[in-house]
Design a protein around this ligand. Structure first.
Ligand code: NDP
Length: 244
């Protein structure tokens, strides 16, 4: 259904949620996937599941806040499959709270993972794609890249930044390199499980009642990848039909 057969696709944050759903859909459509995240038990289980379905999968420990680890993951992809067609900068965290709670460590974590993690993916992947004169960056933002909600000032700031960085990359990228921003609305995943602030956590339970399955976002990602090389899908926003 999707034209991704034989493509080599690196996914950050592949151990759960949108990243894992995207890996499954890509493998079902004949792509090679290179998975990165910190929870190796999850990656091993996903690899086994996909290999059992005749998928082509490798994985490696990845902390996206460390550019050297992104370089190593991309190097592994090139060594194994000779090229990298797509890098999906998907890893993200969302420990929401009001600014007055002064959860400075969590602000820094969001900035490090959500912004610097994407920049590290670009830093590690761009030289490889320039050498190939071909490639595709898919950066995962959020509807929070377009509007700010209470408790989400820092999270939304990181996603506004991802949107700005992605548009800049698209404008600067040399011919042959595609750049896509995917902005999910509320989606089933483990993203809200790590909210430490009780009020923000409680509010999220109701907010997430209409969440999309992660497959809906995976389909948007794989649609963008599957377009012909001369077609660059710049931006997709995918929300539940039901109002939040
Ligand atoms: P999950 O929490 O299920 O997945 C997040 C992934 O990011 C996990 O695989 C986690 O893996 C990984 N991750 C977190 N920190 C790091 C790190 N330092 N280095 C490497 N990987 C890391 O949530 P989602 O699937 O929902 O999140 C995927 C993306 O979608 C995020 O960017 C999120 O902001 C975005 N998004 C999600 C929405 C939603 O409603 N679900 C809505 C809008 C955007 P591990 O812990 O194993 O490292």
């Amino acid at each position: 259904m999707f034209n991704v057969k034989g493509k080599v696709i690196v996914i950050t944050g592949a151990s759960s949620g949108i990243g894992a759903a995207t890996a499954r859909l890509l493998v079902q459509n004949g792509a090679h996937v290179v998975l990165g995240a910190r929870r190796l038990d999850r990656l091993e289980a996903l690899k086994q599941e996909l290999v059992n379905a005749s998928g082509s999968v490798i994985y490696k420990y990845l902390d996206v806040t460390k550019v050297v680890q992104l370089r190593e993951l991309i190097e592994l992809a090139v060594q194994t499959f000779k090229q990298v067609d797509v890098i999906i900068n998907n890893a993200g965290v969302m420990p929401l709270s009001k600014l007055e709670e002064l959860k400075i460590d969590e602000w820094n974590q969001m900035i490090d993972v959500n912004i610097k993690g994407v920049l590290n993916g670009i830093a590690a992947g761009l030289p490889v794609m320039q050498k190939q004169a071909a490639g595709h960056f898919i950066n995962i933002a959020s509807t929070g890249a377009y509007e700010v909600l209470p408790t989400a000032a820092v999270y939304c700031a990181t996603k506004y930044a991802v949107r700005a960085i992605t548009d800049g990359l698209r404008q600067e990228a040399s011919t042959g390199i595609r750049v896509t921003l995917i902005s999910p609305g509320v989606t089933e995943s483990e993203l809200a499980d790590h909210i430490s602030d009780p009020a923000a956590r409680e509010a999220m339970i109701d907010y997430r009642r209409n969440a999309l399955p992660a497959l809906a976002i995976a389909e948007a990602i794989v649609y963008a990848i599957g377009q012909p090389e001369h077609v660059d899908v710049n931006e997709l926003i995918v929300r539940p039909t039901a109002k939040e």
